[in-house]
Design a protein around this ligand. Structure first.
Ligand code: HEC
Length: 302
């Protein structure tokens, strides 16, 4: 009897802490589950479920060019996951991945001593950390991105910050991403303020913007799996796992925020500043949506 009572007490203590910890991400978890479910259902059998999800795609096209069913981890591949011609094209390109040279540069930069003799390892003794970024820093009361962490490491060591978005910063982040490959995204919502930041990011994702009045969701949820001129629209699930990304269009690496800012501009809105609050909130929301998915960065895209 006593044993049983102790057992019950322990169980309720444990579940009590879990419930307490889960409080701040309750809404986010609800959103995430619905998000994941939508994409899994949508890409389970596009031919069979054409009327519901792909009414404007000719049946012939669905049968010929669509890959299905997609499993959770498949969404790591963006539009390459579901569109056969893109997948084949990129399989060929990735025989010699174009990100390899900038990735090597990133490793060299990571290991090169600063003027004080220390290296990035002084801040990141284990560089397999990308799965936890961006994270909400409860002391500073702000979202900290991986790019910020790199520049803060430089500041501690008396070095000038690197320009965000591309170049050496993207290369160092690529090396960190590479070392983090296979780790599952694990974004947390530690307190009420973090939950607010998440909600702000969500709002940005669903808000119609620019003279085209398009939201991220319009293209990357509702229209994901459709062709837009020469593009095939990627599902928002899995976005951020491939970052930083080598884009053939850029001829180099770019960070998540560079990509997000580009998409915002495309819709006819003013391009937001990198590391601005709204962009970080958007990244926080979007990365949370892919919690549990394995990282595979850097990767290649059109
Ligand atoms: C008019 C449609 C459209 C809108 C609106 C739009 N995008 Fe995109 N986005 C694209 C296209 C086209 C691409 C390139 C093909 C692809 O991967 O989907 C792309 C690519 C991306 C990628 C890279 C995907 C990958 O696999 O590397 C991300 C991330 C992204 N968009 C996020 C967003 C976010 C966040 C918003 C809202 C601020 C947004 N997009 C709004 C059309 C759009």
């Amino acid at each position: 009897m006593l044993k049983k009572l102790i057992k019950i007490a322990i169980i309720s203590m444990i579940s009590g802490t879990i419930m307490f910890a889960a409080n701040f991400n309750a809404q986010a978890e609800k959103d995430r589950k619905a998000f994941v479910n939508y994409f899994l259902m949508k890409f389970k059998n596009p031919v069979l479920n054409r009327a519901k999800y792909f009414p404007y795609v000719p049946l012939k096209e669905l049968k010929k060019n669509y890959i299905y069913p997609l499993k959770f981890q498949d969404f790591q591949n963006g539009s390459l996951a579901w569109y056969k011609p893109s997948k084949e094209q990129f399989a060929e390109i990735n025989d010699f991945p174009p990100y390899e040279i900038p990735l090597d540069d990133g490793e060299a930069l990571f290991k090169k001593p600063f003027a004080n003799g220390r290296t990035y390892s002084s801040c990141f003794p284990n560089p397999a950390i990308k799965q936890n970024y961006p994270y909400y820093d409860t002391h500073r009361d702000e979202i900290v991105t991986i790019g910020m962490a790199v520049n803060e490491c430089r500041a501690i060591n008396g070095e000038k910050p690197l320009k965000y978005g591309k170049g050496d910063l993207a290369k160092v982040v690529a090396y960190i991403a590479f070392k983090s490959r296979g780790k599952k995204i694990d974004i947390k919502i530690p307190n009420a303020k973090a939950a607010k930041a998440y909600e702000a990011g969500k709002k940005i994702f669903y808000k119609q913007r620019g003279y085209l009045t398009l939201s991220c969701a319009e293209c990357h949820v509702k229209s994901s799996g459709k062709r837009l001129r020469a593009e095939s629209l990627s599902p928002a699930l899995g976005d951020t796992t491939e970052m930083p990304v080598y884009r053939l269009k850029w001829g180099g690496l770019g960070t998540l925020q560079r990509r997000l800012a580009g998409c915002i501009k495309q819709t006819g809105s003013e391009k937001p500043k990198l590391q601005s609050k709204p962009l970080k909130q958007l990244a926080y929301f979007l990365t949370y949506m892919s919690n549990g998915m394995k990282l595979f960065g850097p990767d290649t895209r059109k």
